[in-house]
Write a protein that binds this ligand. Structure first.
Ligand code: 8OZ
Length: 370
């Protein structure tokens, strides 16, 4: 029987175990530049089979939160090099999550204080994090403007450049963030996309931008180093679709043949309930369709897994998962792999230090052996 502690192949990534650190926004990169403290934080967690970085902006326009990192300037790349070196020195594997927030932004975070961009000029009823004199504050997102179709090739190029930058600074690969109500999901879901051009309306059109991004990135760095994160039914950041099962079933047909390293699925509401009674979703069917379409990537699942649920998921080869990603447990347990293996108790994460700040609640959670 397969366990969480068995190795697994995800595309060209050879992973030592089936436990991944989920992407976690921590707002500790002032000026969008990764710091030595971030290198320490990721290296502490390097026993995970795969580390997925916090969401990382592919361009200035892609920024939507204070003090989140980017992957487009020389200073940012130098910062990330320290991170990848520290993780590799600790025998870890790390991919960077490529992010464009779309409408989930604030004018004060956009180039020249412009409006954030979106498929349609529909404001998200959600908040973003601004940091005022070191103190995180929540602010309503700004009214976005609808992107002209002629602007989209430049955004696809930004993804391609970011993927090239990722490899140049030592990442083992990238994860495309197509979840949680950000730009790529805004295009996919009817609640945010009312376009009448080639990027709106039917499923082919709504998934067009994502598939262009996937093709550009896989062409640039290879599909075996590229993962994809989706969240079929999450209401995060005010996103909704009239028929998520149909949308994601369709997407599996499209991505199956592309040779991706893994598909990372957030089950239920991000950071919330795994089951949404008003929005049932068949994840096993999704996986079956992906495999039927030729998809051989690792199937990664996420959202509120505990040890028992995770063990059960990887033990069930047909229905279950190849990899389980843990989010909140990784905030507080740098040695999560050892703790799960030894069935040891877990430290509890402190919500007050999730976003912004320094080492407290970041690099100071104790290991079992400490
Ligand atoms: C929490 C706070 C800010 C951003 C996501 C990147 O939900 C995020 C995020 C999470 O994917």
């Amino acid at each position: 029987m397969t366990t969480l502690f068995d190795p697994v192949q995800a595309g060209s990534l050879q992973l030592a175990n089936r436990i991944a650190m989920a992407p976690l926004t921590r707002n500790r990169a002032p000026g969008a530049i990764p710091t030595p403290l971030m290198a320490q934080y990721y290296a502490q967690r390097a026993s995970a089979g795969l580390l997925i970085t916090e969401a990382t902006a592919i361009s200035p326009q892609a920024q939507g939160y204070a003090d989140v990192p980017g992957l487009y300037s020389t200073e940012q790349l130098d910062g990330w090099k320290q991170v990848t070196e520290a993780v590799h020195k600790a025998d870890g594997k790390i991919v960077v999550q490529l992010w464009h927030v779309g409408r989930v932004s604030h004018t004060s975070l956009q180039p020249d204080n412009q409006a954030p961009v979106a498929p349609s000029a529909i404001r998200a009823q959600t908040k973003t994090v601004l940091i005022d004199k070191g103190v995180p504050t929540f602010a309503d997102t700004s009214m976005p403007r609808a992107l002209d179709a002629a602007e989209l090739p430049a955004i696809v190029q930004d993804y391609r450049h970011a993927a090239r930058n990722a490899i140049a600074c030592g990442f083992d690969g990238v994860e495309i963030h197509a979840a949680n109500g950000y730009l790529l999901e805004q295009f996919m879901k009817t609640g945010a996309n009312q376009r009448t051009d080639d990027y709106g309306g039917n499923l082919k059109n709504r998934t067009r931008l994502l598939l262009e991004v996937v093709r550009a990135i896989t062409d640039e760095i290879g599909a075996g180093r590229t993962g994809l994160r989706i969240s079929p039914v999450t209401p995060a950041n005010d996103i909704a679709d009239e028929n998520p099962q149909k949308l994601f079933d369709y997407l599996m047909h499209q991505i199956g043949p592309l040779g991706l390293a893994y598909v990372h699925v957030i089950e239920g509401a991000t950071g919330g309930a795994r089951e949404l009674p008003e929005q049932p979703f068949d994840y096993a069917h999704l996986k079956t369709l992906y495999r039927a379409a030729g998809g051989q990537g690792a199937w990664m699942v996420n959202n509120a897994y505990d040890a028992a649920l995770a063990e059960q998921a990887v033990a069930d080869v047909a229905q279950g998962a190849d990899i389980v990603a843990f989010g909140r447990p990784y905030i507080a347990n740098p040695d999560l792999v050892a703790r799960l293996q030894r069935k040891a108790p877990l430290n509890t994460p402190d919500r007050n230090t999730f976003y912004g700040g320094g080492a407290a609640g970041y690099t100071d959670y104790p290991t079992l052996d400490a």
